[in-house]
Design a protein around this ligand. Structure first.
Ligand code: CP
Ligand code: NVA
Length: 305
């Protein structure tokens, strides 16, 4: 039997994604109605964190418990992972004692090597290159507020980082457009983003032009985890790439604002935008829980409907 992993957004087909969004809606409604739903009783999720997290840890751990299973947290500091045990060996052992693994780590290569040696599905909880669970939640949030994302325009303002790369992959699979504006020197790297082509995104030197008429404006921190040494330089380079009220004014009148969080008010986004009428960041954060429950159900049980 082939194991299905979720290491990048385009590991799932359009059909599979639509199925997962449909399941998310149902799973979320059950949760809101306090209905018990335990399809994963006796299943164990291992969560491996090599970087910090609030939302990812909480949503996976709570989500697994809400599905009747249990979750175990490991980090680099107090496991053998931080002391040089080969990732291939760790994968062999961890996947013999669990049913599902979620990893947050540095290079994508680490999670790929883990998955190649795993007996159970592996989920990417963020790497330097991608953050696929985040974009599942973001797109589900868009659909809840505005309906299908197909044909819509998403403006990405700021760093062409893991979250940006994942938006670009998602645009190809779900057929929407991304208008990207980064400072010079931080442009999209299509190979790193692992894109099929360049038909679903366009780069803009001026962030205002990227935001113009967008259905969704989104951004992320200027310095991602693992790149802290570049922080000072990035603060200077990104100074003109803040999403503020003027930028939201050129987007569509009913444009949404999203941010994967944690956010830095006064840097990549102004306080009046993230706390303002366009912002759906709390729904977006909550939806991590619901989409990941649907994802775990799918990876472990396949289609149940
Ligand atoms: N958005 C996100 O992944 O948040 P955490 O770093 O808190 O997990
Ligand atoms: N791009 C950010 C996302 C944090 C959830 C980072 O990698 O640090």
């Amino acid at each position: 039997m082939t194991i299905k992993h979720f290491l990048q957004f385009n590991d799932l087909t359009t059909d599979e994604l639509n199925y997962i969004f449909e399941r998310t809606r149902w799973i979320k409604a059950q949760f809101k109605a306090y209905q018990q739903y335990w399809p994963l009783s006796d299943r164990t999720l291992v969560m491996i964190f090599e970087k910090a997290s609030t939302r990812t840890r909480l949503s996976f751990e709570a989500g697994m418990q809400q599905l009747g299973g249990s979750a175990i947290y490991l980090n680099t500091r107090d496991s053998q992972l931080g002391r040089g045990e080969p990732v291939e060996d760790a994968a062999q052992v961890i996947s013999r004692m669990s049913d599902l693994v979620m990893i947050r780590t540095f290079e994508q290569d680490i999670i790929e090597r883990f998955a190649a040696n795993s007996r159970v599905p592996v989920i990417n909880g963020l790497t330097n290159e991608y953050h696929p669970c985040q974009i599942l939640a973001d797109i589900f949030t868009f659909i809840e507020h505005r309906g299908p994302i197909k044909g819509k325009t998403v403006a990405w303002i700021g760093d062409s980082n893991n979250v940006c790369n994942t938006w670009l992959q998602a645009a190809e699979v779900l057929d929407f457009n991304v208008h990207v504006s980064t400072p010079p020197g931080y442009e999209v790297e299509p190979e790193r983003a692992n894109l099929y082509g360049d038909s679903h995104y366009e780069e803009f030197a001026d962030p205002m032009e990227a935001a113009r008429d967008a259905d969704l404006v989104t951004t992320d921190v200027w310095t991602s985890m693992g790149f802290e040494a570049e922080n000072e330089e990035r603060m200077r380079d990104f100074a003109d790439w803040q999403v503020d009220a003027d930028m939201m004014r050129v987007a569509k009148e009913d444009a949404l604002f999203m941010h994967c969080l944690p956010a830095h008010r006064g840097e990549e986004v102004s306080a009046d935008v993230i706390d303002g009428k366009h912002s759906v960041v709390w729904d977006e954060a909550e939806n991590r829980l619901h989409v990941q429950k649907a994802l775990m159900e799918y990876l472990l049980l396949g289609r149940v409907k």
